[in-house]
Design a protein around this ligand. Sequence first.
Ligand code: ADP
Ligand code: MG
Length: 236
Amino acid sequence: MGFIELYDISKIYHLGEVDLPVLKGISLQVARGELLALMGASGSGKSTLMNILGCLDRPTSGEYLFDGRAISGYTAKERARLRNRMIGFVFQSFNLLARMTAFENVLMPLMYCRDRLSEREMELRTTELLEKVGLADRHHHRPSQLSGGEQQRVAIARSLINRPQVLFADEPTGNLDSRTSEEILALFQQLNQTDGITLIMVTHDPGVAEHAQRTIRIKDGLIESDTAFLSAGAPL
Ligand code: ADP
Ligand code: MG
């Protein structure tokens, strides 16, 4: 059994009288521990597919199994619970809370947990993650006092606070210069290889996709190609 399994997923957006089909029958399996890049031209449906994979949105039709659970039938509340426990997100625009410090941004999702940790445990976990992403000395900085790369590191630490099994990153380096992008990609590779986190990353940049073990391209609502690499950059 796969970790993530999609069967004939379609997504049609309804805009007034107009139906806009974006995904037209996507079938896909992802195993635990993969580092996968999802590519395609702008407007090809990458974010739409990502939002379905991340249980933020539902497909119009098709079946989605997440770790053996049939997600397609889940209510919004059930999906929210699953996301909270199993899934982390990283976005192009970081999505940090401007009034909060790096420390508070990372800790925040723990406040929404059903099984609340003690204050001491929450602080310990936050401190460990800020150290893991290389920001041990930035606890009290607010987003406006951090560089783009540092803000994305805070967002990555935040995405890991509930110890998710899979991380979805939508154009995570889209707002970063090339050197900072390399650093963020190296961090993703480390999380994947050392911590075994499954990572699915959307990008339109072939240089970014080279850091993945597998690249899926979507075009006209369908999978155009699905290529595995033994190690980053080297074809199987
Ligand atoms: P990508 O991430 O590959 O650039 P998207 O998945 O964001 O593409 O969008 C794919 C298509 O779906 C685009 O034509 C976009 O305009 C349309 N679209 C995306 N989200 C919505 C929405 N919520 N409602 C209507 N149309 C949407
Ligand atoms: Mg997008």
